[in-house]
Design a protein around this ligand. Structure first.
Ligand SMILES: Cc1cc2nc3c(=O)[nH]c(=O)nc-3n(C[C@H](O)[C@H](O)[C@H](O)COP(=O)(O)OP(=O)(O)OC[C@H]3O[C@@H](n4cnc5c(N)ncnc54)[C@H](O)[C@@H]3O)c2cc1C
Length: 133
């Protein structure tokens, strides 16, 4: 990893709050401290608390833009038992398939972990119609 003198990585830290002055973010609360900010990029994923913080500060949530991807999926992470070997096969990443009414996928991770995903469309499908992701 390169040394970037202008970048400080606060590993395993959690952003707990944002402080607003005159509609602008001036600091972020991290580990009980306020870190002064010129610019904030929210990369906290779809469950980001930022829209709630903006609303609590009197701002508008309409800043959020989203679009429907046509599917909803549920996933859990598992770890293979000691000594167990995951099978290799003619699939992309891991075993996957389409039952006709839902899709299932597996995604290998590190440390013997893997994700199992069940995906269904957000609309009714006609019999035999595929929607595999
Ligand atoms: C099993 C699985 C398979 C997938 N496969 C695909 C695929 O093949 N193709 C595809 O396009 N997408 C796939 N996705 C979806 C993809 O992973 C997500 O769309 C993508 O990761 C979203 O990226 P993100 O950066 O917005 O959020 P995230 O990846 O969710 O990153 C958010 C980060 O913010 C951190 N964070 C949250 N709150 C705080 C806080 N308060 N302070 C500090 N940090 C915080 C979290 O720890 C996390 O590291 C898959 C998802 C899963 C679960």
């Amino acid at each position: 990893m390169r040394n970037e003198s202008l970048i400080v990585v606060l590993d395993r830290s959690k952003v707990e709050s944002l402080r607003f002055v005159s509609g602008r973010v001036v600091s972020a609360g991290v580990g009980g401290q306020q870190l002064a900010t010129d610019l904030v990029v929210d990369a906290m994923g779809r469950r980001s608390p930022t829209p709630g913080w903006i609303r609590d500060a009197g701002g508008s949530e309409e800043l959020t833009d989203s679009s429907d991807c046509g599917a909803v999926y549920y996933s859990r992470y598992y770890r293979t038992r000691p000594g167990a070997v995951r099978r290799d096969g003619p699939w992309v990443l891991g075993p996957r398939g389409d039952t006709g009414y839902l899709g299932f996928n597996t995604f290998p991770g590190d440390n013997d972990a893997f994700a199992f995903v069940l995906a269904v469309p957000t609309r009714e499908t006609r019999t035999g119609e595929s929607y595999t992701t």
